[in-house]
Design a binder for this molecule. Sequence first.
Ligand code: C5P
Length: 208
Amino acid sequence: MIIAVDGPTASGKGTIAKALARHFGLPHLDTGLLYRAVGYQVVLVDGDPDNAADALAATAFADDLLDEPALRSEATGALASRVSVHPEVRAALLTRQRLFADQPGGAVLDGRDIATVIAPHADAKLFVTASIAARALRRYLEMRKRGEDVSRDAITADLAARDARDTARAAAPLRRAEDAELLDTSALTPEAAVAAAVALVQKQAHPN
Ligand code: C5P
C-alpha cells in the first residue's frame, strides 16, 4: 500500500505520516528533508539558492547529510522552499522518491506533491492542513521548547511567505489532489489527528 501525505508547513503532516508508517508497518520518507539537504548544501558551497544551476549541483549531496540536525531549522526550511521552485531540482529528486514509493510492500511519503506528481497512483491520499494561527502557535511552542528566541509574528510571516512560494510556483505547486481526503488538524490533538488519518486511509484503501 502506498500512502501519500501532502500539506503545508506545520500542518501536522510529518507527525501523521510517521504514525501511519508505524500503524501500517510501512517505511516512511520525509521528502521535505531532501529539499532541505539541497538548500543546506547549496549554501555550504557558497552557491545561490535562487540560481537553478547552483541548486541543481547541490542535489548531489552526500547521503549522510540527511542526518544533520541543522536540516530541521527554520532557516534551512526557508532555503528548501527557495531551491524547490527550480524544475531541474524537482526532476533530479524525482526518481529517488518514486523508487521509494514503488518498493515492494509500499511506503508512506509526505511532502507537497506526493499525490499530484510523485505517486498519483497511491492507494490512499491525505491533504493535511490547519489554520495559519494554529500552525504558527505549534511552531512557536516547538521553538520555545528548543530554547530559541522567536516571536509569533515573525513565525506567522515566515509561514505565510513559505505558503505563498509553495503554492504559487509553476513547478509542482502545493495543491490538494482531487481524490485526496482533506484533514484539517487545527482543532485536533496529535493523537486525534492520527486516529482520523488512520480511519481515512482505511476508508480509501478498503472502501467496503
Ligand atoms: O516539509 P518541509 O517543511 O520539510 O519542506 C521544506 C520545503 O521543501 C517546503 O517549504 C517546500 O518548498 C519544499 N518541498 C517541496 N516538495 C516536497 C517537500 C518539500 O517542494 N515534496
